[in-house]
Write a new protein. Sequence first.
Length: 270
Amino acid sequence: MALESSRHFSDTFPNATISRHCYQIVMTNRTGIIAAMDSELRNLKVALEHERTETIAGREIHYGSLEEQPVAMVLCGCGKVNAAHSASLLAGYAKVSRILLTGVSGGLAEGVKVGDIVIGDSFVQHDMDARPLFPLHEIPFEGFSVIEADPRLRHLLAAASLSMLAEKRLPELAEARSFEGLVISGDLFLSNCEVRKRVLEALPKAFAVDMESAAIAQVCRTADIPLGVMRVISDSADGSAHIDFAKFVEEIAAKACAETVRHALRALAQ
């Protein structure tokens, strides 16, 4: 009976993986998309076709098609716990094959300005500190501190960001550039030069700082799901946030995020 059920299940869901203990549908081409703020996700949600929404463990997962690619979107909220929770839902419930994280972040590297794009090539939790038991930034009992981005998604997002900038649909980003580098995360908004300096002394190669990327990277590493991260620089992480942060995110950064993600999804289809 179990064998017959397995055969019937395989015929019905040819792209599914059958566990010895349970049936588990794995969507081999669904892309998970995460953003921390509603304004960062809104333009993508508006463009979503054939949308259906499920609420799981306090999070709404928006399923549908974008650029003819199946996607599942989640508004995660700010901070590492929110980010890890949402990524876990996409990995374990929505069965995504990859995750793209988008939104704004603070710039750290010299020469990185407001409006520039940073594609994460690696991720570290800057506030992970279990000394003297473990080295600074190392995740206890895991044996690592740095998590690499998926190479294919990193290159795909880098190309997508360049294509978005080349279209010059956003005059405010006419001088913007795209970088690839270390993105660091922590449950701390870097709001003054002293804190910024202290973080950079420990992680001098950091390009950008946010509150979600490294936590999502840890979930993706554990779940063996490729991760790509694209950030628009909104401030210099020193207290000199953009004069109108909300307006910048709504009118400029959110559009840049959405267009870059859509370019990336089109590339995935090729």
